[in-house]
Design a protein around this ligand. Structure first.
Ligand SMILES: [Zn+2]
Length: 453
């Protein structure tokens, strides 16, 4: 009876089913335990003819997996990378088990559903379909499952030091841009990340007289640091539009409702400082937009004092600045010095040797970008496709820094509501989005890797 009922149920889409299995492996980092995902995927990929290497790290349970489906070698490999670790959860705030792989009302719920186990399931099913359908390949297809993207040290940069030959490729796909859908689930636009912002640590230090707290002096280090931070809190770096930013804003100007569309247009075309500032204020109410178009300032650690009856001689704050590619960290320091303008304050880089990122954006005339653009349009009804500056860092750096173009996408349509759940509560992705994403990535791979293309 039970079996008959089960048989009558429609089969779960294979990508959603795989995502359920991956979500059920708790890879919250720390500690990660990414090896669980490697074992699961290796058991599915090996029987399909993939050569699979699992690379252990010095930490027990933490490994990377490199799987390769061989082509005839006439072209250099295409690579797909997905991180297996996820951030932790506030379990009591979820309405379902975050590691249960629950499907409810057409959505797969669970930590990592968007970032990035959903993408991993899409990439895995796309490469598995190449093998299942015996697509003849002109190039190897490499699928890398990564450890330590969300935190810690054994990430792809670590992997690249010892296993570069197995990771070398002509171009690669990774997480990054978005397939943004409206509440009616119609796709508004597709952004493909061609560069990531990078992170600069700045230490702001105040000094004063260390003495008994019963006789305070005017040169209190904690007050001086507070004044400095207050000045930074009202300072904003100016809007700085990269080439990708300009194309992205042009798409938003076409696809957004008024008056937002007009504000995007103003940012792109106006030379009037007052109009630009007003448009910036409106656009920057969205924290993501605020971050994409400028260098951002976030105090993250504050450190000063050690007991309640002693005025400390110093106090420090660590400021995390996320910069537009090409920004010289030394310019951040001199800007902060100018804004704070106080001889009691010193500003320095947490890494004194930090220099400007010299990694150029991945080109848009690349065959992989063009194939993804074409397949995104085909899958999502002619939706606009735009390059994109990703607001955070990803592990694309291991490849981009070696001259390998990397294109970033979360390969499933998501709504603004779903996006806020990433790293939050009740993270979810729809089964239909996963199905469409798999079709898009599979067709992209056929286009760049199949023989005779
Ligand atoms: Zn991620």
């Amino acid at each position: 009876m039970l079996a008959a009922t089960a048989a009558a149920q429609p089969a779960v889409d294979p990508t959603a089913a795989l995502l359920q299995e991956i979500i059920r492996l708790d890879t919250s980092n720390p500690p990660g335990h990414e090896g669980l995902v490697d074992e699961l995927l290796a058991s599915k990929l090996r029987p399909l003819g993939f050569e699979v290497t699992i690379v252990p790290t010095p930490e027990a349970g933490k490994s990377h997996m490199i799987a390769r489906l061989k082509g005839d070698g006439s072209k250099r490999p295409v690579l797909l990378a997905a991180h297996a670790d996820v951030v932790g959860v506030e379990r009591e705030k979820w309405t379902v088990d975050p590691f249960g792989g629950v499907i409810k009302d057409g959505d797969v719920y669970g930590r990592g559903a968007i970032d990035f186990k959903g993408g991993m399931a899409v990439f895995a099913r796309a490469v598995m379909q190449l093998a299942e359908r015996k697509v003849p390949l002109a190039r190897d297809v490499i699928f890398v499952v990564e450890a330590d993207e969300e935190a810690a040290q054994y990430n792809t940069s670590w992997l690249a030091q010892t296993h570069w030959a197995q990771m070398d490729a002509e171009f690669a796909l990774n997480e990054g841009g978005w397939i943004i859908a409206g509440d009616d689930r119609k796709v508004k636009y597709v952004s493909i990340a061609t560069a990531d912002k990078s992170s600069v640590g700045v230490i702001v230090s105040a000094t004063g007289t260390s003495t008994h707290s019963s006789m305070p002096r005017p040169d209190n280090a904690i007050f001086a640091l507070s004044r400095a931070l207050a000045k930074l809190s009202t300072f904003e770096f100016p809007v700085q539009l990269t080439e990708a930013n300009r194309k992205f804003l042009a798409v938003l100007a076409r696809t957004s409702p008024q008056p937002l569309a007009a504000h995007y247009r103003t940012l792109l075309t106006s030379t009037d400082p007052a109009a630009l500032a007003a448009a910036d204020r409106e656009v920057s109410k969205d924290p993501l937009m605020h971050a994409i178009i400028r260098n951002t300032i976030a105090p993250v650690i504050i450190d000063g004092g050690f007991r309640s009856n002693v005025i400390p001689g110093s106090a420090d704050a660590t400021i995390n600045v996320r910069v537009i590619p090409g920004t010289d960290p030394k310019d951040i320091v001199s800007t902060f010095q100018r804004v704070i303008d106080d001889p009691a304050i010193t500003v320095r880089l947490s890494n004194p040797n930090a220099g400007p990122s010299r990694v150029p954006p991945s080109p848009e005339d690349n065959p992989l970008y063009l194939a993804l653009e074409k397949q995104a349009k085909a899958t999502f009804g002619g939706a606009d496709v735009t390059p994109y500056l990703f607001q955070a860092g990803t592990d694309a750096g291991a490849w981009r820094s070696r001259g390998i173009p990397v294109y970033g996408i979360y390969p499933y349509p998501i709504t603004a509501d779903e996006l806020t759940r990433m790293h939050g509560n009740d993270e979810k992705v729809s089964v239909e989005s996963l199905r469409q994403g798999t079709e898009m990535i599979f067709n992209t791979l056929v286009e760049v890797a199949a023989k005779g293309r």
